[in-house]
Design a binder for this molecule. Structure first.
Ligand SMILES: *[C@@H]1O[C@H](CO)[C@@H](O)[C@H](O)[C@H]1NC(C)=O
Ligand SMILES: *[C@@H]1O[C@H](CO)[C@@H](O)[C@H](O)[C@H]1NC(C)=O
Ligand SMILES: *[C@@H]1O[C@H](CO)[C@@H](O)[C@H](O)[C@H]1NC(C)=O
Ligand SMILES: *[C@@H]1O[C@H](CO)[C@@H](O)[C@H](O)[C@H]1NC(C)=O
Length: 246
């Protein structure tokens, strides 16, 4: 019986993945939300098609994203984020309206900086959250008044950081799901990109951690015409290098 090379690679990948401790988050919980601007036609960490930027997207904090560089298991995942309250403002702001947004993760929010993306499995961020979603905003995909505010009370409209609740959702709920050009990864990055349409945790539709294993991702190119064969070579050379370093 002919097995795909992945059949033989997977146990090695699984053994290595227990080595680094990423954040294993539940399917529902609380997270913080910040926002950042992304230049037009920018190819972010996952290598998702630039057309994805026409719909709501976000970067996910490093230890939940699952990689310190390039793609990780967080790539392509979709979440329903609901704004709850602000907490850096005095007093905290509780909007009267409930606003939710379904985002797709296309980028990595690196550990460091102001600390919102710096939660580790043993230490939450300054708000006590283990996940931060850094929303691409302003965005043509999101109304300019998405974030509630009260300028007369606070003297400003942008609170910067929000407490939110999140739910993992199927990407079929994401606004870009019906546009094939907004799904998948760019061809120019080859196997350096990984952006599944709808990751489900199966190895055939979910990205490995680039930083941990430099594993070869499932082929998520939009144009699969020049599909290349998958081999274990980079992984084996990684292991060889790792053993030599010991
Ligand atoms: C997103 O969350 C809000 C608030 O809990 C809920 O009303 C809405 O139905 C959710 N949307 C989806 C698609 O799950
Ligand atoms: C976020 O909201 C939850 C639910 O209301 C609350 O328990 C938690 O303390 C809030 N966190 C912050 C930082 O406001
Ligand atoms: C803004 O805050 C003031 C003072 O609490 C309140 O009277 C007013 O209704 C608020 N406006 C909005 C739009 O929430
Ligand atoms: C991944 O594998 C599962 C189970 O074998 C299958 O149902 C699913 O269609 C596959 N997904 C892709 C994207 O190939």
């Amino acid at each position: 019986m002919l097995r795909s090379p992945w059949f033989w690679c997977t146990p090695i990948v699984a053994a290595l993945s227990t080595a680094a401790q990423w954040i294993q988050y539940p399917s529902n919980g609380f997270a913080t939300m910040t926002h950042y601007t992304m230049p037009a036609n920018f190819i972010a960490a996952c290598g998702c098609t630039t057309e994805s930027e026409n719909y709501p997207t976000a970067a996910m904090s490093q230890y939940a994203f699952g990689s310190s560089t390039s793609y990780g298991p967080g790539c392509g995942r979709c979440f329903n984020l609901t704004l709850l309250n602000t907490f850096l403002s005095d007093p905290p702001f509780y909007p009267t309206e409930t606003k939710s947004l379904i985002i797709k993760v296309t980028d990595l929010c690196p550990f460091g900086g102001a600390g919102w993306c710096s939660a580790t499995p043993s230490k939450p961020n300054p708000a006590g959250a283990y996940i931060n979603f850094d929303l691409v905003y302003p965005s043509s995909a999101i109304p300019d008044n998405f974030f509630p505010s009260n300028a007369s009370l606070y003297g400003y409209t942008d609170f910067g950081v929000w407490n939110t609740s999140y739910q993992t959702v199927s990407c079929t709920e994401w606004a870009g799901y019906k546009n094939a050009a907004a799904l998948g990864s760019v061809t120019s990055l080859g196997s350096g990109a990984c952006c599944p349409s709808n990751p489900t945790d199966n190895s055939n539709d979910t990205c490995p951690s680039f930083s941990e294993q430099n594993g070869i991702p499932p082929d998520t190119h939009t144009n699969s015409a020049n599909r290349r064969s998958i081999t274990c070579l980079p992984l084996l050379s990684f292991i060889a290098g790792f053993l030599m370093a010991l």
